[in-house]
Write a protein that binds this ligand. Structure first.
Ligand code: HEC
Length: 129
């Protein structure tokens, strides 16, 4: 069951990334497309964002891990003691289980630094001003 979901996501991912390649690194617009395709099934951002399958990701830069109040984190995430920064987010997106062993986030990891840059540029647009 889980395997099927991951496979489906991987296929969707492959289809989506071809379109994003035309953009330069750190492109928030490309990041938005990518986010919808590969994170949006589990995470929400924006004004009405709330915890769903995963926690909402508004104001993620500088946010301590496991700290939103409307989401039930895994024990692993609750006790991870990470502050999300460009560096920790990059490492987590490359390999969630390496950074937070036992995390409930089922994600194969992103190996392309440009895609991570684009995603982070997009998430940056949800920081409080
Ligand atoms: C299959 C669902 C799923 C996908 C896809 C997914 N996540 Fe997650 N994510 C989760 C879950 C569930 C958690 C909570 C993990 C825990 O409690 O161990 C989480 C946690 C996180 C956290 C930590 C948040 C906090 O409050 O500490 C970040 C950051 C994050 N995800 C970013 C992303 C990004 C960016 C993407 C897309 C590249 C993504 N995730 C894709 C399910 C997912």
């Amino acid at each position: 069951m889980q395997k099927t979901a991951v496979l489906t996501l991987a296929l969707v991912l492959n289809a989506g990334l071809l379109g994003a390649q035309a953009h330069a690194a750190g492109d928030a617009e490309a990041g938005a497309t990518l986010f919808k395709r590969i994170c949006g099934g589990c995470h929400q951002v924006g004004e009405s964002a709330r915890g769903s399958f995963g926690p909402q990701l508004n104001g993620i830069f500088g946010r301590p891990s496991g700290s939103t109040t409307d989401y039930q984190y895994s024990d692993a995430m609750k006790s991870a003691g990470i502050v999300w920064t460009r560096e920790t987010l990059t490492a987590y997106l490359e390999d969630p289980k390496e950074v937070v062993p036992g995390t409930r986030m089922i994600f194969w990891g992103l190996s392309d630094p440009e895609k991570i840059d684009n995603l982070l540029a997009y998430l940056q647009t949800f920081q409080p001003q």
